[in-house]
Design a protein around this ligand. Structure first.
Ligand code: ADE
Length: 254
């Protein structure tokens, strides 16, 4: 059976392949505003392939019980590895990234590094994860989007796609806005507060300096605000990050 491919091919700046058991999860995401336009404009080529299409047998089984016992099911190596190998043969091979909770934590420097590649292959796990030989066989790297566990790698792959593609030249339209993003630039500061109309909202005023027209002073003020916002964040200030304590736990039983 032919692999499931959701999008078209065009000569582009970057190609991203997504390998998943749930290709339909990506349909509206890839057709959405920025990504949809970038794909139509031929700036990025994103293809989604279902690795169940590479599974053997009438049932196209992709998972099995772990050796040594334990809860849940693991993804068998053959369907995932065969799928990635087939996808890699379609063009010059890309950097293979498996989305796993135990991988290297995604941050802006890693996003920038990924955005320099001509091609990425993102592999999404499900169930209790992959057989360990998948990573070895594919010479893949593992990336996590944070220290929490999702039900699969699909949402994590979307995070990677969105963060990376906005750095591909032409995707944002305004390259300056990517340069001014939080975590970008030499200092990697988070952005300070920004304001738009109206000048007064429910008694809250726009800082006077932003209305002054003095671009030098405004730039200095913005930099100070960014430094302060970064400091508050690094200290985990409860003011900037209200958290519920203790964390809510929902129990169905006793
Ligand atoms: N799959 C499950 N949890 C994940 C996480 N936190 N990051 C990336 N992939 C995952």
């Amino acid at each position: 059976m032919a692999p499931t491919v959701l999008v078209s091919n065009a000569p582009v700046a970057m190609r991203i392949d997504i390998v998943t058991l749930f290709p339909e999860m990506f349909t509206s995401f890839l057709d959405g505003s920025l990504l949809g336009s970038a794909r139509k404009a031929g700036l990025i080529d994103i293809r989604v392939t279902n690795f169940r299409d590479f599974a053997a047998g009438a049932h196209r089984q992709v998972d099995d019980r772990p050796y040594g016992g334990g809860p849940g099911m693991l993804l068998m190596p053959e369907p995932v590895v065969s799928c990635v190998e087939a996808v890699q043969r379609e063009a010059a091979p890309g950097r293979v990234v498996m989305l796993t909770p135990g991988g290297r934590r995604l941050d802006q420097p890693l996003v920038e590094d990924l955005a320099c590649q001509d091609r990425l292959v993102l592999v999404c796990g499900r169930y209790e994860g992959f057989d360990a030989r998948v990573c070895e066989a594919l010479a893949a790297e593992e990336i996590s989007i944070g220290d929490y566990v999702l039900s699969g790698g699909e949402v994590a792959a979307m995070v990677v796609v969105e963060a990376v593609t906005r750095l591909v030249p032409g995707v944002l339209g305004d390259e300056e806005s990517a340069r001014q993003d939080s975590f970008s630039g030499v200092e990697r500061l988070v952005e300070g507060p920004q304001y738009t109309r109206p000048r007064e909202f429910r008694g809250l005023e726009v800082p006077e300096i932003l209305l002054s027209g003095d671009h030098g002073r405004i730039a200095r003020w913005r930099h100070e605000q960014a430094v302060a916002a970064t400091g508050r964040r690094d200290l985990g200030s409860p003011r900037s990050f209200p958290v519920q304590s203790p964390a809510p736990v929902h129990r169905s039983g006793s």
